[in-house]
Design a protein around this ligand. Structure first.
Ligand SMILES: Nc1ncnc2c1ncn2[C@@H]1O[C@H](COP(=O)(O)OP(=O)(O)OP(=O)(O)O)[C@@H](O)[C@H]1O
Ligand SMILES: [Mg+2]
Length: 456
């Protein structure tokens, strides 16, 4: 099975360099590898000193690179899905309904980069796909797109549920939208299906994981922690953190030694925050990383760990636990601050808001009537307690009537057993008396023939 590894982090921390080192290292071990960039400010071609293009370019025997152009891909490779998306979000990225609500979806065209990554993965052409991303904010927006769009489509278009020709007449009344023609609706249905599959792929830790690149500097450390929290919120598995540009011990240069002392507490902080995630340190090189030779040199530090391409240990994602009055939902969001979290329930949607980030989690139908009884967040986990309403009185009455009937039936059966016991006892006493009075001739009465025999 192939692998997808996504590299993200603050601007300029070394994402492209680290992703490239992974790709070169993987290819040098004989695995067909693709290094793909979703950052519009591409620099893969510059890094390897080759011409860029819209198609994949070969760098070495087993290594190709691809600089994604989502606009071009949308027009040329996914024209059907493009029109479906345009029907949904319009030209300005606004999902509109025939109500007053509007929803802006900036950068929605980037979705086509993810769809393309999925189709490259499915083609089976590559053993490993390394994804070099834009800085944190844009990458988070990109990674939450599939789930967000799927939610909106399910909410406002009856996709994947019914056939459009049956629904068209009722859609306007029921869903407050006028459904497009059948062809567009088929494309919307197709887009919805692809989005669902895309989410499943990207959130499957056996296929796709995320690696964070950080620096031992205050601002970068803070952003790395937040990034980690949000990635967990969206259900992505982070399986390694790189601390880049670590200064070596005793450089003999006061200025450098001073900076090394500044770096130390940040390295310690990263190591304590990411105590459950493998961490690799990358030294600060005396020159910039450019060209295949330089990337190969970086491989020694980036990929020195023997398990660098191994799958991470399986981690539990959303877990439900039965409680006396309902359920507890546990979501691993390390480092979440309770005061920053807002959790609300709308029907079968659970909205978790942290800062500017919102995640909508679909709840199981059994929680439709539940209400949120409390939330708590510790170092690793966000817990949401749901309480279920007590069953209505009519149901209680039905239930107690059922119990009463059972009790009556059992009492009747006990009575019957008692009568049989008494009858047998009486019979054996009678027999004994008869035997005693007429020892040789007496015949016992046939069971059930007497007046007091058990009811049939
Ligand atoms: N360990 C290192 N030692 C020295 N220079 C480095 C190191 N890591 C990266 N660089 C240099 O830092 C610069 C930024 O690196 P890179 O382009 O990989 O970062 P990035 O996170 O992809 O940046 P952007 O956010 O702009 O895409 C490059 O010039 C690169 O050569
Ligand atoms: Mg880059």
């Amino acid at each position: 099975m192939g692998r997808i590894i996504i590299f993200t982090g603050k601007g300029g921390v070394g994402k492209t360099s680290v992703a490239a080192a992974h790709a070169v290292c993987s290819a040098s071990r004989g695995r067909k590898t693709l290094l793909v960039s979703t950052d519009m400010a591409h620099n893969l071609a510059d890094l390897f000193g080759i011409d860029a293009g819209r198609q994949t370019r070969q760098v070495t025997d087993h290594l190709d690179i691809l600089e994604m152009d989502p606009d071009w891909m949308m027009q040329n490779e996914y024209p059907g899905l493009r029109s479906a998306l345009a029907r949904l979000v319009g030209d300005r990225g606004t999902i509109s309904r025939e109500s007053d609500e509007y929803f802006l979806l900036p950068g929605f065209e980037n979705l086509f980069s993810l769809l393309k990554i999925r189709s490259l993965y499915l083609s089976g052409e590559y053993d490993r796909i390394m994804v070099d991303c834009a800085p944190t904010g844009e990458t988070l927006s990109l990674l939450k797109l599939p789930e967000l769009l799927t939610w909106y489509m399910e909410k406002f278009f009856p996709v994947g549920k019914f056939m459009v020709r049956i629904l068209s007449p009722v859609s306007k009344y029921r869903y407050k939208v006028t459904l497009p023609d059948r062809k567009t609706m088929d494309d919307i249905g197709d887009l919805h299906r692809q989005l669902v599959l895309l989410q499943r792929l990207l959130q499957d830790p056996e296929v796709c994981t995320v690696r964070l690149v950080s620096l031992p500097e205050k601002m970068v450390v803070e952003e790395t922690k937040r990034n980690y929290m949000y990635l967990n919120l969206y259900g992505y598995q982070v399986d390694r953190v790189f601390i880049n540009r670590v200064l070596p011990e005793a450089t003999g240069n006061d200025f450098m030694d001073h900076w090394r002392e500044i770096q130390k507490p940040y390295i310690r902080e990263l190591e304590s925050v990411f105590s459950t995630v493998p961490i690799s340190r990358i030294p600060w090189y005396p020159r910039e990383i450019r060209g295949l030779d330089a990337v190969e040199k970086l491989c020694g530090d980036v990929c020195s760990s023997p398990d660098i391409f191994n799958l991470p240990a399986p981690a539990h994602r959303e877990v439900y636990e039965k409680t006396p009055g309902g359920y507890r939902l546990m979501i691993p969001i390390p480092g979440a601050d309770q005061s920053e979290i807002r959790v609300e329930k709308y029907g079968l949607d659970l909205d978790i808001t942290m800062g500017n980030h919102l995640r909508r989690i679909p709840l199981p139908a059994s929680l439709s009537k539940a209400r949120i009884a409390g939330t708590s967040a510790d170092k690793e986990m966000l817990s949401i307690l749901f309480s279920l309403p007590a069953p209505p009185e009519s149901e209680m009455n039905e239930e107690s009537a059922r119990e009463e009937k059972i009790r009556e039936r059992e009492a009747k059966a006990d009575k019957r057993k008692e009568r049989i016991r008494r009858f047998k006892k009486a019979n054996s006493r009678g027999l004994k008396e008869e035997k005693e009075s007429v020892p040789d001739k007496a015949e016992p009465p046939a069971a059930g023939s007497g007046k007091d025999g058990p009811e049939s």
